[in-house]
Ligand binder design. Structure first.
Ligand code: BDP
Length: 701
């Protein structure tokens, strides 16, 4: 009987790949590589005081090596195996000189090979040993030559954070991967074991902070019941070096405390927040602090009482004290939209530079508008030298085709991080502006939900992964990140990795081409932001309407943000303003963002504006077709389930790219009255047909 079972288990098909394991997918490696690995790491030795974080590190190493070596990795007291070494322990004597010396943010680590043999992971803190363990595993998963394992690495940004826009009822604002993973109703008694896998995934890419609730959340999250629930989450995440934050509603002293006001200068209000912070710290000693959306899109804030954003942020920062930080969002725009929308956050915050307390971080979205497929960077990154600015990116693809469309976001993140002409002397990149000190911050709005594959699609996992890797080290290239992700997620097979990276790298530009080419923005359907609706002109505020942004009419198209128009360009320093104003760049990324052009104006490409627009739309459609064809070519090289799921979504994307192209061309042609250039097909339907489409059930609202 036992023999029969053994035989059966040999022939039974491997468990279907459903994406649950993310990039932490440990699979047998090539026999020769396995032999080498077994020689280098026959055992694991730990020289560090015991802690939950060390247990997490050894647990992960043993989980992976058990698969690779096909036997448990024994923990040894001595010997020549893999060594985890905290540099304040005797093991440090064996380390190279440099180990543990360089000043760095917590989490720095080294991987060394002694005399070409033994592998040692060393760090000054436990979290560094955990990060070092994940770095080693990442290398081995890619079958990197063992000679290439040595490395020294340290984070450049202190707070690498996911912002969940999760609600009390389990829904997720702008979430396209199912319900909230936090299961608020069952907490604190039941903590879903899935959250440990969530913590592992985050730690593996260096994420060390999470805001667990929506920036639009009610004050409910600050009640004792929800503090207890949040404490249970914090207990689960703590071993992985992750601190929990809460979005705090500014009116909480009124909503919960029964006070008549939430005025930040009122002593009762200040006392209420101090007591609330104390209550939270009693339950969660390493609580990260508050994230606040104030006086923005109807949320309450200090301006309700004639106070400034600095008054509000500093009041909360004093309640938190040295124990944590207050992350104050700069995503505000005036209730009176007389000033051009993209200039408003700058106008509201720049005059407050220097007025924020040391434990306040002002969190600025990458662009001055709102997470569009392409935006210039926010001018605030060049204008607040005396304020700790944090960067907010959006990982969930609210404006980039939800989790249906394949768009790899690392090039978008990288484009923002690498933008120069910023900082106090106008010479820093955005990455340099936000890097460095103990409250430096990069946050990303999470794309995680209760879907089995976490992100709604397999390729959207790459955006979570790339966010973490770039928040840790913005100097990594999008291409390198795509490759390491693909090798871990699918297989460390170079031709496969090449093909997957070749799909991912142009995918964001492809999406820009079929949705918002040439610097256009905000053309999506109202509220849900799904699909094209460039014709919308009847929303309550002018700056909620797509027509506000493209300004197309019989004459031409584009938003004049130069000195002859809104002059938003003047919010940038000269070299960056010049870069954005450039109309000769053959890529023309910012053309219609900063300039208004006539339809027949000739561009540096040799085409007229109208012809160029149509050409870009068609280039976008062709790009999606090419991506689908490439994926089709990988049939048989990727497991059938994941291959089929990705292929199905790519087919939807092919149809929806055509829809975007056709609806946009039908609308703009109704204004331009120009013929389509030769070789470009007419839209499949009339403009009225596109205008009549309705999607009230679209997710994420
Ligand atoms: C917008 C989203 C909205 C968010 C807002 C924000 O549509 O759901 O609440 O950003 O960032 O893009 O506060």
């Amino acid at each position: 009987m036992a023999g029969a079972i053994a035989l059966l288990s040999c022939v039974a098909p491997a468990q279907a790949e459903d994406g649950y394991e993310l990039w932490l997918r440990y699979r047998p490696l090539s026999p020769s590589y396995t032999d080498e690995l077994a020689a280098v790491a026959p055992t694991l030795m730990v020289d560090a005081p015991s802690s939950m974080t060390i247990d997490a590190a050894t647990g992960e190493l043993r989980r992976a090596f058990a698969v690779w070596l096909d036997r448990p990795l024994p923990i040894a007291d001595n010997g020549a195996g893999l060594l985890l070494c905290r540099v304040d322990r005797p093991c440090a004597e064996a380390l190279p000189e440099a180990a543990g010396k360089a000043p760095a943010l917590p989490g720095a680590f080294r991987i060394d090979r002694l005399n070409g043999g033994r592998v040692i992971i060393s760090a000054r803190d436990d979290i560094g040993l955990l990060y070092g363990s994940f770095a080693l595993l990442r290398q081995i998963q890619q079958q990197a030559p063992l000679a290439e394992l040595p490395q020294a690495d340290a984070p450049r940004v202190a707070i690498r954070m996911l912002d969940h826009w999760d609600n009390v009822d389990g829904s997720v604002e702008r979430g396209y991967a199912g319900r909230s993973i936090f299961q608020w109703w069952r907490l604190p008694g039941y903590v879903d074991p899935r959250l440990t896998d969530y913590a592992r995934a985050n730690a593996s890419i260096g994420i060390n902070a999470v805001a667990v609730n929506n920036v639009n959340a009610p004050a409910t999250f600050l009640t004792p019941r929800f503090i207890a629930k949040t404490a249970a989450l914090a207990d689960t995440l703590r071993p992985y070096g992750i601190r929990v934050f809460l979005s705090a509603r500014f009116s909480a002293p009124r909503d919960l405390g029964g006070l008549a006001t939430a005025d930040p200068l009122d002593p009762d209000v200040q006392r209420w927040w101090r007591a609330k912070a104390d209550e939270i710290y009693a339950a969660i000693p390493d609580f990260g602090g508050f994230l606040v959306k104030a006086n923005s899109e109807g949320q309450p804030g200090p301006q309700d009482y004639g106070r400034t954003h600095a008054d509000g942020a500093n009041m909360l920062a004093r309640a938190v004290g040295q124990r944590g930080v207050v992350i104050w969002r700069a995503f505000v725009y005036d209730p009176d939209p007389a000033v051009e929308r993209t200039m408003q956050a700058y106008n509201a915050f720049q005059p407050l530079d220097g007025q924020f307390d040391a434990n306040v971080v002002v969190q600025v979205k990458n662009g001055p508008l709102d997470f569009q497929p392409r935006e210039p960077v926010s001018p605030l990154f060049g204008a607040m030298p005396h304020t700790q600015l944090g960067l907010e990116l959006q990982i969930t693809k609210e404006y980039l085709g939800f989790s249906t469309h394949l768009a790899y976001l690392a090039p978008l993140f990288e484009e923002a991080l690498d933008t120069g002409g910023l900082g106090k002397d106008g010479r820093a990149t955005l990455a340099e502006v936000v890097a460095g000190g103990p409250t430096s911050l990069i946050a990303g709005v999470a794309n995680i939900g209760a879907d089995r594959n976490w992100s709604g699609s397999h390729f959207d996992q790459a955006n979570w992964y790339a966010f973490g890797r770039l928040a840790w080290n913005s100097a990594l290239s999008s291409d390198a990140i795509a490759r390491e992700w693909a090798a871990q997620t699918f297989a460390p097979d170079p031709p496969l990795v090449d093909a997957v990276a070749a799909m991912m790298m142009p995918s964001r530009q492809t999406l820009v081409d079929y949705m918002t080419p040439l610097g256009l923005a905000h053309l999506m359907g109202s509220d849900h932001h799904y699909g094209p609706a460039p014709w919308v002109d009847d929303l309550a505020r002018p700056d909620w309407n797509p027509v506000y942004y493209h300004r197309a009419d019989a004459e031409g198209i584009g938003f004049d943000r130069t000195a002859t128009g809104s002059n938003a360009l003047a919010q940038y320093r000269a070299p960056l303003a010049k870069h954005y104003a450039d109309q000769r760049d053959p890529a023309l990324p910012w053309l219609l963002w900063f300039h208004r052009k006539r339809w027949d104006d000739r561009l540096s490409t040799g085409r007229t504006v109208w012809d160029e627009l149509v050409t870009r739309y068609d280039r976008g459609v062709a790009g999606v077709d090419a991506m689908a064809a490439r994926w089709d070519g990988l049939r048989g090289q990727v497991d059938a389930r994941r291959h089929g799921e990705v292929a199905a979504l790519l087919a939807v994307q092919q149809a929806e790219a055509r829809w975007w192209r056709d609806a946009s061309i039908a609308y703009f042609q109704s204004l331009s009255k120009r013929p389509l250039p030769a070789g470009h097909a007419a839209p499949a339907h009339s403009l009225d047909w596109y205008r009549a489409q309705r999607f009230p059930e679209a997710p994420g609202i």
